[in-house]
Unconditional design. Structure first.
Length: 512
């Protein structure tokens, strides 16, 4: 080996040793595009402060690396830890809009800014929050679903009418449930529930229309009546592009991050729905209430007439609320529409609670055939009846015997069907006998005899040992509320007031 070669070897060894020492003793500068992969290494975490990391991530973002989404996440968390809520909000929004990952907002890093307006904005937009009003709406929806199921599991009454009113209430509950999910932001957790109620938006009118026809005209659904369902089928086909979207795309639609034109679908659904609601409301009024106004045979305070009118009025109130909402949402395009929306949900809730209340205080409306009490409404003079005067008188005497001697009104499940079987005649004939000879409907006749019997029982109770609920059960009522209402209608006093009046007239009578 010559002298020059030895010198080169010495220089080479010195260079290698120096480079190795520099690599061991020094810290290699971190480049911006490497930051996401290197940040996991403990030596970098231990070597850099949070502020230095923040600067590195900002540089990384400026360099536009392939993993910039992770940069958004880390910038959001670092800004939160450093109590910079404005920047934390900006990068949180960017991260969520790209990943749809809402879990980031539950990270402990946000503890530092949890009292800030910016974090409140993030929570309001992305995190679940169930209000008291939401619980009330949800409770109303549950009542509606329960009613729809319960009424169609009983064997009594008009099967078609129960099906129509049950479905009518069920779609009310479905709309309320979707609104509760939307209002509480739980819809972001269940994206496939998006627009779940829109598919039945055009069934409100037809179902109520069919219900009224079922209970007043003995209506039965036929093939030609499917035409009323045709608009719903067309709307469902129209909405298939929305329902076919993936869960993530539905989330983007809800967060308005998608190019999907949801506003077009909203506007279209509103106009066809309001047209359907108004059309069927008019049809119901023309087919049902115009006839009820012409007929003078029905007493003004008939419970059946009141039931129909209240049901219709609440439905019209819902239509008005929905129309006002649509004006603000799709014509004026005002933010006030969010608050106005509560009016229609309120009307829906009132509809459900009213029907549930009536099912409790006057169950015969649903359990019995509603034609029982309203035959005289639509055929007041029974012009086409085949009932002869002789047979009419005979049936009347048999009816009086059943009421006076057998006291059939004490049966809690009594209805026109049972009474007709006892008389060996049709429901129509029985209704005609009651209307013509007693000048009242079936329910009023039964209530009259029940209250007369209750008064006899109370009069004979000289020691005041009976409870009011016991008297109610004794004469055929299922609950105290219905008994009180019927008693006051007959005597202008509640049972308690009647007892007190009797006690004042006879001081010896005391009631605990």
């Amino acid at each position: 080996m010559n002298h020059q070669t030895k010198i080169l070897l010495v220089f080479l060894c010195v260079f290698i040793f120096g480079f190795k020492c520099n690599a061991i003793s020094g810290f290699e500068p971190v480049r911006a595009f490497q930051i996401d992969s290197l940040i996991e290494e403990k030596n970098i975490n231990n070597s850099l402060t949070r502020l230095e990391l923040l600067v590195l991530y900002q540089d990384a973002l400026a360099a536009k690396p392939s993993d910039s989404i992770e940069v958004f996440k880390n910038l959001a968390l670092l800004n939160a830890e450093l109590n910079q809520p404005r920047d934390a909000e900006i990068f949180s929004e960017k991260y969520i809009s790209n990943t749809l990952d809402f879990k980031i907002l539950s990270n402990s890093a946000y503890d530092e800014i949890q009292d800030s307006d910016e974090y409140a904005n993030l929570k309001q937009k992305y995190l679940p929050n169930i209000h008291t009003l939401g619980f009330i709406y949800f409770y109303a929806a549950l009542i509606g679903f329960f009613f729809a199921f319960a009424i169609n599991t009983t064997k009594k009454g008009n099967r078609h009418a129960k099906l129509f009113i049950g479905c009518f209430i069920a779609i009310h509950s479905l709309f309320i449930l979707e609104f509760v999910l939307f209002m509480s932001r739980l819809l972001l957790r269940f994206p496939h529930a998006y627009r779940m109620s829109s598919s039945v938006a055009l069934l409100f009118g037809p179902l109520l229309f069919f219900y009224f026809k079922s209970v007043t005209q003995n209506f039965k659904f036929r093939a030609k009546d499917l035409l009323h369902v045709l608009p719903t089928i067309i709307l469902l086909i129209f909405l298939i592009p929305v329902y076919a979207e993936s869960a993530s795309e539905k989330l983007r639609i809800m967060l308005r991050l998608s190019d999907f034109n949801s506003n077009f679908y909203d506007t279209f659904t509103f106009f066809v729905k309001i047209a359907s609601l108004i059309f069927y409301a008019f049809c119901i009024w023309k087919a049902q209430f115009s006839k009820m106004e012409i007929n003078k045979a029905l007493p003004h305070k008939s419970s059946i007439k009141k039931w129909f009118k209240n049901l219709y009025r609440i439905h019209v109130a819902y239509i008005a609320a929905y129309f006002i909402y649509g004006i603000f949402a799709y014509i004026i395009k005002s933010d006030v529409s969010t608050y106005v929306y509560h009016f229609q949900i309120g009307a829906m809730s009132i509809m459900i609670l009213y029907i549930a209340y009536m099912a409790f205080v006057q169950p015969n409306i649903f359990n019995a055939d509603l034609n029982n009490g309203i035959d005289m409404v639509f055929t007041p003079k029974y012009e086409k009846s085949g009932l002869t005067p002789g047979l009419s008188k005979e049936l009347k005497e048999q009816l009086i015997k059943l009421l006076v001697q057998e006291k059939i009104y004490k049966k809690s499940d009594i209805n026109l069907e049972i009474l007709s079987n006892k008389l060996n005649t049709t429901r129509h004939n029985t209704s005609q006998i009651i209307n013509e000879h007693f000048k009242m409907n079936f329910f009023e006749l039964i209530n009259k005899f029940r209250i007369k019997e209750a008064i006899k029982i109370l009069e004979s109770d000289t020691h005041g040992s009976l409870n009011i609920i016991d008297v109610a059960y004794e004469v055929g009522y299922n609950n105290k509320v219905t008994f009180n209402k019927a008693f006051k209608k007959e005597t202008s006093l509640t049972p308690t007031e009647y007892i007190q009046t009797k006690a004042n007239l006879n001081p010896k009578v005391k009631r605990e």
